[in-house]
Ligand binder design. Structure first.
Ligand SMILES: [Ca+2]
Ligand SMILES: [Ca+2]
Length: 248
């Protein structure tokens, strides 16, 4: 009875080096050695980068198959999802957080103004002084402070503000993303000290506001509703993030 044998027939890959003492030629079998960047086909535990036709180690995990961009280079040399050689498990979700000083907003205009406070991050904040005007219960015509950022991937973003809102008549803003519908952020939190508060919708049972954003440029606008002070903001994909102190 004949037994069929599976034989590995080496296909050697040779390199030629010119030395002072002469020419040196060294050859290896790419299916039998533990070296990256050898030509395909690849040994067990390695994957073929079809773009370069080179072998690279296939990790048991850390490669991607998910929707988020990799935090680091893939085994196949790509840095984003969807390449032909991706075979591992999904990456941990990449987290993006953008921090802005309120006073660094673009387009700051009346009734907002930048003001000084030793307790504020960078010693300054933006907002309307107490007694500016009554609450504007209608959607504002335009923004009074804007923050533009570049989202690296499509993701869901949340917003935190480091605010000072001492009384109920001085504790609200209008907020919108990319020129969309204004969100009423009212009854923020009566506190005599700067406090991090998550953006919520006062017209929707104080539900936390989330924005599903595409990769690319986006702009978050704040507008006057009542006198309240905005020291700093965080725009983040991390649902577990709760800023403390002065922020990052
Ligand atoms: Ca209020
Ligand atoms: Ca500040």
């Amino acid at each position: 009875m004949l037994r069929r044998l599976s034989l590995h027939i080496p296909v050697l890959v040779c390199t030629r080096m010119v030395l002072a003492s002469g020419v040196m030629v060294s050859c290896v079998d790419p299916q039998a050695v533990d070296v990256a960047n050898l030509p395909c086909p690849c040994a067990s535990g390695w994957i073929c980068n079809t773009a370069s036709n080179l072998c690279q180690r296939n990790p048991a995990s850390g490669d991607d198959a998910g929707a988020l961009a990799d935090a680091s280079t893939n085994a196949d040399g790509s840095t984003t999802d969807g390449s032909a050689a991706d075979t591992g498990t999904a990456d941990a979700a990449a987290v993006s957080t953008f921090w802005f000083e309120g006073e660094a907003a673009s387009g700051i205009d009346t009734p907002f103004q930048t003001q000084n406070d030793l307790g504020a991050s960078s010693g300054m904040f933006v907002g309307a002084p107490a007694g500016t005007m009554p609450a504007t219960d209608n959607n504002p015509m335009g923004a009074h402070a804007s923050f533009t950022f570049n989202a690296p991937t499509a993701a869901t973003y949340r917003v935190w503000g480091r605010v000072l809102a001492p009384v109920f008549t001085e504790d609200s803003f209008w907020v919108r993303m990319d020129g969309g519908t204004w969100t009423l952020w009212n009854d923020i939190q009566a506190a005599s000290a700067w406090t991090w508060v998550r953006l919520f919708d006062s017209n929707n049972s104080q539900a936390v506001v989330t924005y599903n954003l595409t990769a690319g440029s986006h702009t978050l606008d704040f507008a006057y509703r009542e006198p309240a002070s905005l020291d700093k903001i965080a725009i983040t994909t991390d649902p577990a993030l709760t800023p403390t102190g002065l922020g990052n």
